[in-house]
Design a protein around this ligand. Structure first.
Ligand code: TEU
Length: 560
C-alpha cells in the first residue's frame, strides 16, 4: 500500500534551543544560531529536530511555562526566525518538531491573569483548577498532591481586597498553573495551536507530560504521600486522556499529504501504560523512559526492553496500525548518560521523586568508563525497533556539568528543593563548538552577552570542530553509527530474538533482528565473537581478532 512513514524508524535530535547556538550574541541560543549549525546536524545524520519550547515565556522552567502558544519569543528570533529555520531544515530533508505543553501554561498567560482577577466560580477560573482550601479558614491545600518539583502542588491566591483566597493546582512550579481539560475552550485552544503550526510547515509535536492532562473527578488524594505514585493515580494516566490524543491524531490526518507526527512524553508506572498511548488512532510515538532509568547492567537492560516489547505485542497485534516506541537514553531532564554510567559510587539523592533518584544521582564519575558505556548503549539503542531520540551534546560525549556555582543555577527544582537537588542545569550548559574563550564558539566572538549558564574550562576538550576532524572522536563515532543504522536497519523486521544459546555470560546480551546480530558486553572482561555470529560491521570500540572488549557493543551481519 503506502510507503513506510518516516517516523517509524526515525532518529530525532532534541535541540535545547537556549543552549545550542547563539546567533545574535546575547548569550542565549536562538533559532538563527541553530539554522547556522544545520551542517552539523545533517552530517550527523539525523532525520528530525525537536525544539524545546521557544514561545514567549517568563522562563521560570526553561520555557515549559508558555505565555502565548501562537508565536515565537523574540529572545529566540521571533516567528520569522522559525519560518527561516523550517525552510532551511526542509531544504536539507530534516523534519522539524515543536514542543507542545498542554498540561499547564505560564502564570503570565492572559487566561491565568484574567482568572486571578475574576471571582471564585467564574468561567475564567474554570479554565484552571481553583478550589477552596480545607480547614476552618481554608488555610490548608485542597488535597495532598505534591509538585513534581517539590512542595505542595497548590498555591493560595490573594483576593483583590488583600484577604487570602482560593488555591490553584500546579503539578510543577507555582508559575505553571494546570489547565482544566474538562473545559471545551482548553481543548479548542490546543487544536487551534496544532493547526496553526502545521499550517506554518512544522512536521509534528513532542507532547509535554502527556499522561497528566486529565485528573480524576473530585481530585481525590494521591496515594504514596501525594507524590507521583504508581498504579492507579488520580493525577495521571486517566482513561479519558486518551480521547484527547485521538482527537489530535484526527487533526494530523486532516493533512493527508504531510506525514505529521505526535510523540508523547509519557512517564508511566508500567510499559502497558506507555503503549496504551500508541494504540491505533492515538499517538505515533511514545517515549519509553524505563530503559533510561536502568543502571549499566545486562539483566536490567534486557528486562526493560522485554517489558516494552511484550507490552507492544499486546497493544499492537497488527504492528503497522499502531505507533512505535521512542527509545531515549538522554534528555534535558536527566544527568547525561556518560555521567550516569560512569558513576563509581552513588550518593543517595534525597528526593521524593523516584525518577530523580534514578536519573540525577551524584557521585564521583569515571568519565572514560562512562564514555565507553555510553557509546555501547547508543549502538544498543539504535538497534532496537522503533524511533531513537538523541539529546544535543551526547554526540560530543559530554559528561554532566556537576560543579555549576549555586548562584548560577536556574532550575526551579534547585529552589523548590531548597538545594537538596541540584536539578537539571548540568545537562543544559551551552555547547562547545570550538576551543576558544570566552564561550567556546557558542556565541559570536564579539558577543556582548555571556552564556546564560557558565561553561567549565574542560569544555574545550569536547569542541565540535576538533572532534569533526578526529577519526576517533565521539562525534565521528555517532556519524558512523547513524549512517550504519540507516543502511542496515531500514526495513528490518520489528521483532528481536534473544540469542540465548550464544550467551555464555550473564553480562553479555545478544539479540538478532533480521540479518543483524547485536552483541553488548556490559562487564569488563573481553568477549570472543564466534565466526558463526558473522562479520562485524560496527563496534563501539576498536576490536582485533574478534575480541570485543568490556563495555562495548558490536553489530554483526550474519554469514549467509
Ligand atoms: O518533564 C516532565 C517530568 O515529569 C520530568 O521529566 C521532570 O522534569 C523530572 O523528572 C523532575 O524530576 C517535562 C519537561 O521535560 C520538563 O523539562 C519540564 O520541567 C516539565 O515537563 C514541566 O513542563
Amino acid at each position: 500500500s503506502t510507503a513506510r512513514p518516516w517516523w517509524r524508524d526515525a532518529v530525532v535530535y532534541q535541540v535545547y534551543v537556549k543552549s545550542f547556538a547563539d546567533g545574535d550574541g546575547d548569550g542565549t541560543g536562538d533559532l538563527d544560531g541553530l539554522a547556522s549549525r544545520l551542517d552539523h546536524l545533517e552530517r550527523l545524520g539525523v532525520d528530525a529536530l525537536w525544539l524545546s519550547p521557544c514561545y514567549p515565556s517568563p522562563g521560570r522552567d526553561g520555557g515549559y511555562d508558555i505565555a502565548d502558544y501562537f508565536s515565537i519569543d523574540p529572545l529566540y528570533g521571533g516567528t520569522a526566525a522559525l519560518d527561516r529555520l523550517v525552510k532551511a531544515a526542509h531544504d536539507r530533508s530534516l523534519k522539524v518538531l515543536l514542543d507542545i505543553v498542554p498540561n499547564h501554561c505560564s502564570a503570565e498567560h492572559p487566561w491565568f491573569q484574567q482568572a486571578l482577577n475574576s471571582p471564585a466560580g467564574s468561567s475564567q477560573r474554570a479554565l484552571f483548577h481553583f478550589h477552596d482550601g480545607q480547614g476552618a479558614d481554608g488555610e490548608l491545600p485542597p488535597n495532598n498532591w505534591q509538585s513534581v518539583f517539590g512542595g505542595s502542588a497548590w498555591t493560595r491566591t490573594t483576593d483583590p481586597d488583600g484577604s487570602p483566597g482560593q488555591w490553584y493546582l500546579h503539578l510543577f512550579d507555582s508559575w505553571q498553573p494546570d489547565l482544566n481539560w474538562d473545559r471545551p475552550e482548553v481543548r479548542a485552544h490546543f487544536q487551534d495551536m496544532l493547526r496553526h503550526w502545521f499550517d506554518k510547515g512544522v512536521d509534528g509535536f513532542r507532547i509535554d507530560v502527556a499522561a497528566m492532562l486529565v485528573k480524576a473527578d473530585g481530585l481525590p488524594d494521591r496515594p504514596d504521600n501525594g507524590f507521583r505514585p504508581g498504579g492507579s493515580d488520580p493525577a495521571s494516566n486517566q482513561p479519558a486522556v486518551h480521547d484527547i490524543y485521538r482527537s489530535w491524531r484526527a487533526v494530523t490526518e486532516e493533512y493527508a499529504d504531510r506525514d505529521l507526527m505526535l510523540v508523547g512524553e509519557i512517564w508511566a508506572p508500567t510499559a502497558e501504560h506507555v503503549t496504551a498511548f500508541i494504540r491505533p488512532g492515538e499517538l505515533h510515538e511514545a517515549f519509553y523512559f524505563d530503559l533510561m532509568t536502568q543502571n549499566w547492567d545486562a539483566a536490567a537492560f534486557r528486562a526493560s526492553v522485554q517489558r516494552a516489547l511484550q507490552a507492544m505485542a499486546a497493544t499492537a497485534p497488527v504492528p503497522d496500525q499502531a505507533g512505535v516506541l521512542a527509545w531515549v537514553l538522554n534528555s534535558h531532564d536527566a544527568h547525561r548518560a556518560v555521567s550516569r554510567y560512569g558513576l563509581t559510587t552513588a550518593e543517595p539523592l534525597e528526593s521524593p521523586d523516584a525518577m530523580a533518584r534514578l536519573l540525577r544521582r551524584r557521585g564521583p564519575v569515571d568519565v572514560a568508563v562512562g564514555q565507553a558505556r555510553a557509546r555501547a548503549a547508543l549502538l544498543f539503542q539504535l538497534a532496537l525497533p522503533g524511533a531513537a531520540f538523541l539529546y544535543q551534546g551526547e554526540e560530543l560525549g559530554l559528561p554532566e556539568v556537576m560543579d555549576i556555582p549555586d548562584e548560577a543555577r536556574q532550575d526551579p527544582i534547585w529552589t523548590r528543593s531548597a538545594g537538596r537537588e541540584h536539578g537539571r542545569d548540568g545537562c543544559r550548559v551551552p555547547l562547545p563548538w570550538n576551543a576558544s574563550a570566552p564561550s567556546f564558539g557558542f556565541s559570536p566572538a564579539n558577543a556582548a552577552g555571556k552564556p546564560w549558564l557558565p561553561q567549565p574550562l574542560w569544555f574545550a576538550d569536547y569542541a565540535q570542530d576538533r572532534q569533526s576532524t578526529d577519526p576517533h572522536s565521539t562525534l565521528n563515532f555517532y556519524r558512523s553509527a547513524l549512517t550504519a543504522r540507516r543502511a542496515l536497519f531500514a526495513g528490518a523486521p520489528d521483532q528481536i530474538t534473544w540469542a540465548d544459546h550464544e550467551q555464555p555470560r550473564p553480562d553479555v546480551l545478544i539479540f538478532t533482528r533480521g540479518t543483524l546480530t547485536v552483541v553488548t558486553v556490559f562487564g569488563d572482561a573481553p568477549f570472543h565473537l564466534s565466526e558463526e555470529l558473522g562479520h562485524v560491521t560496527l563496534a563501539s570500540t576498536t576490536i582485533s581478532n574478534r575480541v570485543l572488549p568490556g563495555s562495548s557493543t558490536a553489530w554483526l551481519i550474519r554469514n549467509s
